[in-house]
Design a binder for this molecule. Structure first.
Ligand code: AMP
Length: 210
């Protein structure tokens, strides 16, 4: 199964990707997580990406395309993968097609901008493993500590309300056109965000017939 998760920042792509990844036993590839790891480690890609990520802007297509190409060539992607946060522009989607990377389904999680802005203010991210939590809807067992690796939970710099608004604008202009792109290829499934994580997963299961 080769899946793409589309949706605004904070729509729940990462959370749903992790659930599907466990269930389908295929890796999730999150370009945001790859970039944050590169930034933390201070690699050349990380240094290049930081100013874009912190401002809520998109990292240049050629940088991201290279990252995804390298990652998809790893053996664990042979039986399928879930792309979380890629493609985010039409040129990125076209590059995938040019490289012969076919996908089965593009799931688009639909949610109102205002729901996102309030939701993002409660998001906490593990500094070590990038796992996300929410102080109300998905709290960690121990406040401020990651359930999975014990790392410290932080508020991502780009989750600040003004940056979230900038990211939403980028989403509407750059990423949302991908819905028409995948719809014209018969690959799009729209999923309405539900009030709980489980209910949204159930909608996705229905769409994927799993
Ligand atoms: P995310 O965790 O998916 O919200 O990504 C965080 C940030 O990483 C984004 O706001 C962008 O700055 C950058 N980023 C992640 N994926 C991409 C992509 N496919 N194209 C360009 N920039 C990206």
């Amino acid at each position: 199964m080769r899946l793409i998760l589309l949706g605004a920042p904070g729509a729940g792509k990462g959370t749903q990707a992790e659930i599907l990844s466990r269930e389908l036993k295929i890796p999730t590839i999150s370009t945001g997580n790859i970039l944050r790891a590169a930034m933390r480690e201070g690699t050349p890609v990380g240094v290049q990406a930081r100013s874009y990520v912190d401002a809520g802007k998109l990292v240049p297509d050629e940088v991201i395309i290279r990252i995804v190409q390298d990652r998809l060539a790893q053996p664990d992607c042979a039986n399928g993968f879930i792309l979380d946060g890629f493609p985010r522009t039409i040129p990125q989607a076209e590059a995938m097609e040019q490289y012969g990377i076919d996908i089965d389904r593009a799931l688009s999680i639909e949610i109102e901008d205002e729901t996102i802005v309030s939701r993002m203010s409660g998001r906490r991210t593990c500094r070590e493993c990038s796992q996300t939590f929410h102080i109300v809807s998905n709290p960690p067992k121990q406040e401020g500590i990651c359930d999975f690796c014990g790392g410290k939970l932080i508020i991502r710099k780009d989750d600040a309300p003004e940056t979230v608004r900038a990211r939403l604008e980028v989403y509407h202009t750059e990423t949302e056109p991908l819905k028409a792109f995948y719809s014209s290829r018969g690959k799009l499934a729209s999923i309405d965000n539900q009030s709980t994580i489980e209910a949204t997963t159930a909608e996705i299961r229905k769409a994927l017939e799993i």
